[in-house]
Each structure stands twice: as C-alpha cells, then as structure tokens.
Design a protein around this ligand. Structure first.
Ligand code: ZN
Length: 242
C-alpha cells in the first residue's frame, strides 16, 4: 500500500490543492490527514470541503478542537488566537459538527497516527528534544508512528528505549526491527525554512518514507489574508517557511 500522509493544512487552499495534484501523480492508495485543517489561513470552508471529499482518515488537531470548543485556546499566542476566533465566525456548522467528532490519534492499518504525540495525544505536546522523544518510547503501539503539529519534518529512529538517531533525509528505508516517529511536516505553513508545502509518501511494502516538497502560490494566500485582516505576522511567515 502507498499512503499519502498530510498534516497542518491550516486553511491554506492553494497549498492543499498543489499537494493534492502532487499526490494524484504518485500512485497513492489512501490519503490520511493528521490534523489542523483550519486556523491561520483564509479558506477554512474550502479546505474542509475538499478534505472531506478526498481523505480516508481525518484526525483533529489543537486548532480544529479550539475552534469548536473541544480544547481550550488559552495557551495560543495572540496571532493564533486571532485566527481561531476569525475561523470560528466564518466556519459552517456542518464542518464544526464534523470536527467535534474527530479523534486526536488512531491506528491506520499497521501503523499509528496522531496530531501531536503518541504519549497523551490530546495534550498537544511537541517532540523537540531527545528527552521528548525518549518519553514517548513506551507509548509506541506500532513500529512506525506518524505525527504532525510542529510543522518540522524529521525522522526519529529508536535503537532502543534510550538511544535515538535523527534523520532529515528526503527519502529513507525504515529498518523493520526498529521503531520510528516520523514528523510529516506541514502542507499549509511549513516551519523548517523551506516555504514549499510538505507531504509524506509512505510505502508499506518497501517500508520507505519519502518527503515530497511542492511549491504553491504563496502570494495569492497572503493577498486573501490581508483582505480578511488576519495578523501580519501570520502573513509574512508563509514566504520564509518559519
Ligand atoms: Zn499546526
């Protein structure tokens, strides 16, 4: 099976459409979304509609849950909070109802998926340090776990509970005897210094992971964000991938 794994679209329909075009030429069997369809960007309804049409699995993220009141938005920074409030005003009820019933983690065929972390997925923690990674090890239900949330693509390989390797390869074969946490990056707001959208092609037969980068019309998104008076900080960061 070949899976397209996508995350953190954040109401960016230009990025989403470019990624779907890339997926359509990659001979993919299933599409799974790992959360945060909304927040930050200008097209929440368009993204929701498209998402519900094309995906085989949809998880909820912290922004999705904040907009529908399923998680507190207290800890959001003022820019994220402003975007959450704006999204709550414009998002259609049918999409809110859909987001309320999403889960924060799931098993998909032989592997595990979550928006934030395998450990306590509803607490929206990040894996940024070796300690974060090691703390998650006891919670790995399958050999391979895919996550989003940080918007920074990376492969964490566990030799054992304490010993990890970190890879930032474009394509990598996974060792079936080791455990992995793979962060699949972000479609709509990359933060690894590369402004292009990111998605992951996971081939479960080859047991390989490939990070795909796709350019999209950033200026078109920025123009719409200005029109809707969304925070300048959120508009600017798209072109830097920060
Ligand atoms: Zn996000």
């Amino acid at each position: 099976m070949r899976y397209a794994l996508i995350s953190d679209i954040h109401s960016n329909i230009e990025a989403f459409n470019s990624v779907l075009e890339s997926i359509s030429t990659s001979n993919v069997d299933k599409i799974a979304f790992l959360g945060d369809i909304i927040g930050y960007g200008p097209n929440p309804n368009e993204c929701m509609e498209k998402l519900r049409e094309v995906t085989d699995l949809v998880l909820g993220g912290n922004h999705d849950w904040a907009v529908v009141g399923k998680t507190l938005a207290d800890y959001f920074n003022p820019y994220a909070k402003a975007a959450v409030d704006w999204t709550g005003e414009v998002l259609l009820d049918t999409h809110k109802k859909f987001l309320v019933q999403t889960k924060a983690s799931s098993l998909l065929d032989g592997f595990f998926v979550a928006h934030s972390t395998p450990r306590y997925p509803e607490e929206w923690m990040y894996i940024m340090t070796k300690k974060d990674a090691v703390d998650n090890y006891p919670f790995l239900e399958r050999n391979v776990s895919f996550i989003g949330h940080s918007h920074q693509p990376v492969i964490i390989e566990f030799e054992d509970a304490q010993d990890i390797n970190v890879y930032r390869e474009d394509k990598m074969a996974l060792d079936p005897d080791k455990k992995y946490i793979v962060n699949i990056g972000s479609v709509g707001q990359p933060r690894d210094g590369d402004p292009r959208s990111c998605w992951v092609l996971f081939d479960s037969v080859e047991n390989s992971v490939e990070f795909m980068r796709v350019p999209y019309n950033i200026e078109a998104v920025q123009e719409k964000m200005r029109e809707f008076d969304l925070p300048k900080y959120l508009i600017d960061r798209l072109m830097y991938g920060r």
